[in-house]
Design a protein. Sequence first.
Length: 202
Amino acid sequence: MKRILLLAAMTLAAAALARPAIDPNESADTRGHAQRVALVAASFTERRARRKHGDRIWVHAQSDVDADRSTIWSTLSDYDHLAQFIPNMSSSRMISRNGADVVVEQRGTAGFGPIRQKFTVLLTVREELNESITVAGVGGDFRYFDARYDIVPLTPHRSRIVYEATMAPSTPMPSIVSLPVMRSLISSQFGALVQEVSRRAA
């Protein structure tokens, strides 16, 4: 149960290693022992999730939405109100800010079915106004977490949200457990973010 909790904590924040986009037709084994997770949600396409470097998991997800960059930015950077629309997040608050550098603490619950556990994550955030948010885990219930949101303009009123993350729980998990957990968490949380962006843009 603790292992499930750790993966849940990692998927709650925007963050990451910037990497080139992955071709959706790329073979799943072209980057070592990779495994794909297909996610389905409204206005949401997950392109690839991979296990690499032992217990690290890499995720790429993206969605096109009818919103300009400023609307997406204001949603992603609304740290004190993320818990109002992100599933399984009970609180999110900005601890400090120094220009474009922010520290955010988030709390929530995660698990399978009725079995739930609490978690806490502490994140350092680097902002590039209306372009990207990069996050690194510096405390809480994970051993490694690095992720990023990019906002890509398509037209003046339509944009693409791109999410990439590399993460590892404190205790390694078998892929038969971690990948289904990842599928559920990324789908619900990224999907909720996209829905909130659409609501604010309406």
